[in-house]
Design a protein around this ligand. Structure first.
Ligand code: AMP
Ligand code: MG
Length: 480
């Protein structure tokens, strides 16, 4: 493996700690993302599984590399805390053949100075869960960190019970978080903050560096990417579950697949995370929580926005208010695609809202309902016979009739924007339970299905159905 760069180390030392992963006893490769490795241009010893396991466990480091753990802070459920990579090591950055720079990070690779009371390790099921769901998100066209490999360590970790230890290799446009900026701001280190902002701009928004007010442009650009990201979650029923500011990137990628889950039945108040007792991060709260997080981000940038604090605050306020417009536009545009609507009409929003209200009242499956609509007649099924649904259907048909394009084009648009496959909780849990017992057959089958979420094939029929025992009380546990 050739040496990796770490441009991040050029930031002031307070932003990271050089530290190597703690070697593990008997690493074994569980899964490896060949396609991703190829697109990154990584030259790995692909033929030798043991060598790969050594590499993805951190036992063998790329030539000349000095791994680091990154410092950051964050608002966790609204409360500010100093954090940092407590169980992750940035091995380095890979510049791809087409010039994109990606972080290659091990997660579960041992303790760091930021571990607090944690053991620095991870268990197999949550790491496979991150692998599966991040790959599903990527296939759905949603910006996300990716997963390159999972290895078991040959060691155990103590969680609810004794579990297999594992390490995930995560690939990200960067790991700079809103919380990284909060970390700099909390240290009242304006020089460091400026260095971080300049680094973030160079790495993710290089076109802004020549603007008159680059930091305000940076704030607006992050707001825009995050607003669009959260809108795209809403379109597929994704619930992040732990939208703390340390789990929000400035690149606009989804990060940190701990207690996340997709909802089966449509309900705005859906919460799966066992630790989210008050529903702060419920499905329907995600848009406003993202805005709250972005306000935290804006606050950190104040010293860079204007020398005069009240002028800086005004600029930040306007930027944060602008979030709602970007989010609403992105959400409505995506819903138009889901409903096959071309052009814009004033009544499009109430049309969407009526359908969602009906879905919520009837416990309709969010994913299946949109696919069922792709038919010239009333969809087949008992629930679609009700007068409420028929009335809605008539309105929608009338709207489709006013499209400038033929029905065929609407159905085409709907097929491309309404997945048949999402990683449903029941199937994910079944696959992970079997994987923990050493049987990866179901995991591989589900992974293959979620990697082609818009294709109706013979092999994915099982995963397209709503699970028979779809449990409204299903709970996810924070990624451990
Ligand atoms: P998360 O909820 O996964 O975003 O993690 C929040 C913070 O807890 C981060 O700083 C993690 O690095 C840290 N953390 C989570 N699990 C562990 C662990 N097992 N050992 C050490 N730190 C951890
Ligand atoms: Mg996190």
């Amino acid at each position: 493996m050739q040496a990796l760069e770490i441009s991040y180390s050029k930031l002031p030392e307070a932003f990271y700690t050089p530290i190597a992963p703690t070697p593990v006893k008997a690493p074994r490769l569980v899964i490896f993302n060949h396609a991703l490795a190829t697109s990154l241009g990584l030259s790995l010893p692909e033929t030798n599984l043991d060598d790969l396991a050594q590499f993805f466990s951190g036992n063998a480091l790329p030539e000349g590399s000095t791994p680091i753990a990154q410092a950051y802070a964050g608002h966790q459920f609204g409360h500010f805390t100093m954090l940092g990579d407590g169980r992750a090591h940035l091995l380095g950055e890979k510049v791809t053949p087409d010039g994109q720079r990606y972080d290659i990070q091990l997660k579960g690779s041992g303790p760091t100075p930021y571990s607090r009371r944690g053991d620095g390790r991870a268990a197999l099921a949550p790491m496979l869960r991150e692998y599966l769901i991040s790959e599903a998100m990527h296939a759905l066209g949603i910006p996300t960190t990716r997963s390159l490999a999972v290895v078991t360590t040959g060691e155990t970790v103590i969680r609810d019970t004794v579990r297999h230890g594992a390490i995930l290799t995560r690939v990200a446009a960067s790991h700079i978080r809103v919380g990284t900026f909060e970390y700099a701001a909390a240290r009242e280190d304006t020089e460091g903050l400026k260095a971080l902002a300049d680094y973030g701009i160079t790495r993710h928004y290089p076109e802004l560096s020549t603007q008159d007010a680059p930091y305000l442009a940076f704030l607006n650009a992050v707001i825009e990417r995050q607003a669009k990201l959260v809108a795209s979650w809403m379109h597929v029923g994704f619930i992040h579950g732990v939208m703390n500011t340390d789990n929000m990137t400035i690149s606009g990628e989804t990060i940190d697949y701990g207690p996340c889950a997709f909802m089966d039945r449509f309900a705005m108040d859906t919460v799966f995370s066992s630790i989210d007792r008050n529903g702060r991060y419920a499905f329907g709260n995600q848009a406003s929580i993202a805005q709250w997080n972005l306000a935290c981000f804006a606050k950190t940038l104040l010293p860079l926005l204007d020398e005069d604090i009240s002028r800086a605050t005004d600029l930040a306020d306007v930027a944060i208010e602008g979030y709602s417009t970007v989010f609403n536009d992105a959400w409505i545009s995506g819903m138009r695609r889901k409903l096959g609507l071309f052009g814009e009409e004033a009544d499009d929003l109430p049309l969407m809202q009526s359908l969602l209200e009906w879905m919520q009242k009837t416990d309709a499956d969010y994913t299946i309902t949109f696919r069922d609509l792709i038919t010239k007649t009333l969809p087949i099924g008992e629930t679609y016979q009700s007068q409420t649904f028929r009335d809605w259907h008539t309105r929608w048909q009338a709207r489709l009739g006013r499209n400038a394009k033929p029905l065929k084009s609407s159905f085409c648009l709907m097929r491309a924007n309404n997945p048949v496959i999402i990683p449903r909780n029941q199937y994910v849990e079944d696959a992970l339970t079997a994987a923990e017992q050493g049987n990866l057959t179901l995991f591989h089958a589900l992974l293959k299905a979620v990697q082609h979420p818009f294709d109706e094939t013979e092999t994915n029929t099982g995963f397209r159905k709503a699970p028979p025992h779809s449990n409204p009380n299903f709970q996810t546990f924070c990624g451990t």
